[in-house]
Design a protein around this ligand. Structure first.
Ligand code: UDP
Length: 234
């Protein structure tokens, strides 16, 4: 069983696939899935995206400059992180949000000693604000924070149950790949995560598991080391 994980959630974990905004049914589901793992004393770091609020690429289509659009995206991750903290606290978890992107009373400055301290105190640690830099995504932020917090595994929660050889929606003969090395994932241009994220994890020998978060119990299975989703290994 993994004892220290970084969970990367898409912003859509708070709204539902392809939706904008917030739907409490999804927050409640998220909390119930996290509880199964939290109760096993697993140390949990979370990076949440902002696809339910702003995504840089979508704003660009409306004419925004990339560097402006991305700042809205990063602020969206801060909103989602505070929103998630509320649900965690309400449900009896201890949680804390870290970011150097904003100065807000509910957000602690990101300092390694503080992060370690709160993990020791059994808090769920939420890393908000992406990398604090436009031109990146929260996948890259997740890879960075996972390495910085010494996570044993980065679990990317998505809406598909792993990496496929071809798009399963288009090709009925596609099949799921259970395991793939970072070098193969990068050379085959597998789109499930950014190349930047893959390469940070590869350099730091940090494996990634891709799971379908909406399969009940999938997070717990991944944490227990059961065969699920796709493992990307160094
Ligand atoms: N973003 C950024 N720098 C970062 C992380 C995120 O500029 O380090 C912006 C970028 O515009 C991105 C948006 O924040 O589109 C939301 O993140 P992401 O698209 O990764 O969210 P998700 O799809 O996981 O919900």
């Amino acid at each position: 069983m993994y004892k220290k994980i970084l969970l990367k959630l898409s912003g859509e974990a708070l709204s539902g696939e392809g939706k904008k905004g917030f739907d409490t049914n999804f927050s409640n589901y998220l909390v119930s899935e996290l509880k199964k793992v939290y109760d096993l004393n697993v140390k949990i770091g979370i990076v949440i995206g902002a696809g339910n609020v702003f995504r840089g690429k979508e704003l660009e289509l409306e004419g925004f400059k990339t560097k402006m659009a991305d700042q809205l995206g990063m602020l969206g991750t801060v909103m989602n992180s505070i929103y998630l903290k509320h649900f965690l606290d309400k449900n009896g978890f201890k949680s804390i949000v870290f970011s150097n992107t904003v100065n807000l009373p509910s957000v602690m400055p990101f300092k390694y000693d503080l992060v370690d301290f709160y993990f020791e105190q059994e808090y769920i640690v939420i890393f908000a604000g992406g990398t604090s830099n436009p031109l990146f995504t929260t996948d890259t932020a997740a890879a960075l924070r996972a390495v910085e917090m010494d996570a044993e595994i980065l679990i990317k929660a998505t809406k598909v149950n792993g990496i496929y050889n071809k798009d399963p929606k288009e090709f009925p003969d596609s099949y799921k790949i259970d395991k793939i090395s970072f070098s193969d994932a990068i050379s085959q241009d597998i789109k499930v995560m950014d190349t930047e994220a893959f390469s940070i994890c590869q350099r730091n020998k940090l494996p990634i598991i891709i799971i379908n978060f909406f399969d009940k119990g999938s997070l717990l299975k991944a944490v227990k080391g059961e065969e699920i989703g796709t493992l990307v290994y160094p």
